[in-house]
Design a protein around this ligand. Structure first.
Ligand code: RB5
Length: 143
């Protein structure tokens, strides 16, 4: 599975930690930047990750900014993206089980790095339930 990663400066350190973790676990990574802590604009990076996932270039995406919020809004502007800001283990599990989130958004100024990585693993290892949730996901994708 190829995972697209993108962040602004507020999420850069977290993106780098997630990249190292996923590399170690054998995932293929598409790193869309940013590549330093120099100030950049998160909409550009959220859009890039959204487009990579929506086009099928990557199967999943992870975006990071200071809060996870701005970059998730940007990613969700791309049709076919279901990006979810998550801050705890329940959200990490449920956004896959019920929303089939294809991108998660994490806040580099919100989460401890080790905890954020734990949330990434939960989301990657959880299966979508389908059934009635498929109908709702289809409705989202038609918007
Ligand atoms: C950048 O300072 C900050 O606004 C950004 O990382 C993010 O938190 C926006 O939602």
């Amino acid at each position: 599975m190829k995972i697209a990663l993108a962040s602004d400066h507020g999420g850069f350190a977290l993106k780098e930690a997630i990249k190292a973790h996923l590399n170690e676990k054998g995932y293929e990574i598409l790193d869309l930047g940013t590549h330093s802590e120099e100030s950049v604009d998160y909409p550009q990076y959220g859009k890039a990750c959204g487009e990579a996932v929506a086009s099928g270039e990557a199967q999943r995406g992870i975006v990071c900014c200071g809060t996870g919020i701005g970059i998730s809004i940007a990613a969700n502007k791309v049709k076919g993206v279901r990006a979810a800001v998550i801050t705890n283990e329940f959200m990490a599990e449920m956004t896959k089980r019920h929303n089939d989130a294809n991108i998660i958004a994490l806040g580099g100024r919100v989460l401890e790095t080790a905890y954020a990585i734990k949330l990434v693993d939960i989301w990657l290892e959880t299966e979508f339930e389908g059934g009635r949730h498929q109908r709702r996901v289809d409705m989202l994708d038609e918007m």
